[in-house]
Write a protein that binds this ligand. Structure first.
Ligand code: FUB
Length: 446
């Protein structure tokens, strides 16, 4: 061990540069629900809704949403917040006392960007009627300029727009347990056809439609309450307006009993991803949600394989960044558990607690590039000390570092020499080699 220095917690998301290096959840600088991911100009653009804690008398059943931000990423690991793109104050028809800017969508046609969002209108605030409006921009970063009025024929929430291969656009939304569709006119601002209900197998609660096309098949995906909370399900069809044959589950109910879930599915650099939300940064209040992403795979017949939510999420982690091993890919059943760092501030994230010899966590896809990295810094708290090893690619793989953590009741960052030159993409195994309890927040290579 070379040195120990006092370690003060720094958020994973560096607020000044507005960049988060994150796994699941993707963003910890604020709550991000209903994540719609789109690919524009070779980047992923994420248009979530923005949960904020409600002030007294604000919002509806705990939902308070006043504006939208847009985030981008090229590697699905570093997420940049580009700030507010639209707020309730700036929309002429929205009742800006209602904090009702729920799940949005954004699409691009002929280099113009169309942002669709629901909210409660001034003319119907007493009955809390939800309407859907459009705002446009010449840039995916906004600012988006709202139309003067909402789309008059639509009552509902969760707009989603599919721009089909022939450039015909369809708008989907949810209202009263039903999912609706209409064709949009060429201007993407008005309906061309009357709203039509899409047949779904039951009359149970559903919302959040998201439709995409793959190999000539259209997939209608939506959150649906079959038991206690929302699961994600889908149907497949040959036409954007249906019918869609029900196919089943994409994701089970949230393990943490977050009542809502809300999805988008996107292909980026030849891999499909599911974006969704859970309440990981707000485990006791499920109206403050956070966006997550996991890889999604299809069977040969085009059906979707169930997606099991992971902590590791997606994307490659640069070895010199913080490697949050509590966002593990896999771990031993015994002796390695994950807990919040600070239950008074969940957004600080998590730590791994080791208390058994040979307990381990595995964190996949770390890029060491070609740099000559010499040390690993381990951010740990070890009241009774503790021994560890870091191996590559399997539990029996090459040992690249090992060491002994100094006894300390406080968090410390200690650096240890690497035994071997490491390059390229590797999977890490962090293994406890003593039975003393110690905790690790993150490691990084330097
Ligand atoms: O975010 C508010 C509402 O919760 C969305 O509109 C629904 O889809 C659900 O996620």
């Amino acid at each position: 061990m070379k040195n120990i220095r006092s370690f003060a917690f720094l958020a994973v998301c560096f607020i000044q540069s507005q960049i988060c290096h994150a796994q699941n959840p993707l963003i910890n600088s604020q709550f991000t629900a209903d994540p719609t991911a789109r690919v524009f100009n070779g980047k992923i653009f994420l248009y979530p809704s923005h949960d904020i804690p409600c002030g007294k008398g604000q919002g509806y059943i705990g939902f308070c949403m006043a504006d939208y931000h847009v985030y981008t990423s090229e590697n699905l690991t570093d997420w940049e917040d580009h700030g507010v793109i639209l707020t309730q104050r700036d929309v002429p028809w929205v009742d800006s006392t209602t904090y009702s800017m729920w799940a949005p969508d954004c699409i691009c046609k002929n280099s113009k960007y169309y942002f669709y969002f629901p909210a409660i209108a001034q003319d119907s605030a007493i009955n809390r009627v939800r309407r859907i409006g459009v705002a446009t921009s010449t840039s995916p970063f906004g600012p988006f300029i709202p139309e003067k009025n909402y789309i008059p024929e639509i009552r509902g929430i969760d707009p989603n727009v599919l721009l089909d291969k022939d450039n015909q656009a369809y708008i989907y939304w949810a209202h009263n347990k039903q999912i609706y569709v209409s064709k949009l006119k060429e201007n993407l601002l008005e309906l061309e056809t009357d709203p039509k209900i899409i047949e779904t197998p039951t009359n149970k609660f559903k919302e959040g439609p998201f439709v995409f096309e793959r190999n000539g098949k259209y997939y209608l995906t939506y959150p649906f309450v079959n038991d206690k909370t929302e699961q994600l399900v889908y149907g497949m069809g040959d036409h954007p307006m249906g019918p869609f044959e029900y196919k089943g589950l994409i994701m089970k109910e949230s393990p943490n009993r977050c009542w809502t879930n809300h999805q988008s599915i996107v292909n980026y650099k030849d891999q499909w991803y599911l974006f969704y939300h859970h309440n990981d940064y707000s485990p006791k209040f499920d109206k403050n949600r956070s966006a997550k992403a996991d890889s999604l795979f299809f069977n040969e017949d085009g059906t979707i394989r169930e997606v099991i939510p992971t902590w590791r999420g997606v994307g490659i982690t640069n070895a010199v960044n913080r490697i949050q091993i509590d966002r593990y890919s896999s771990k031993s059943e015994d002796g390695a558990s994950v807990e919040y760092l600070d239950t008074l501030n969940y957004k600080k994230g998590w730590k791994v607690i080791f208390n058994k010899t040979n307990a381990w966590v595995n964190y996949n896809s770390v890029d060491f590039g070609k740099l000559k990295l010499k040390n690993v810094a381990v951010n740990a708290r070890a009241a009774s000390g503790g021994k560890f090893e870091i191996r590559l690619n399997s539990l029996n793989g090459k040992v690249i570092a090992k060491g002994e953590l100094e006894k300390s009741a406080d968090w410390n960052s200690a650096t240890f020499r690497l035994n071997n030159f490491v390059s390229g993409l590797n999977h890490l195994y962090f293994i406890a080699r003593s039975s003393d309890q110690f905790e690790v927040d993150f490691i990084s290579f330097e």
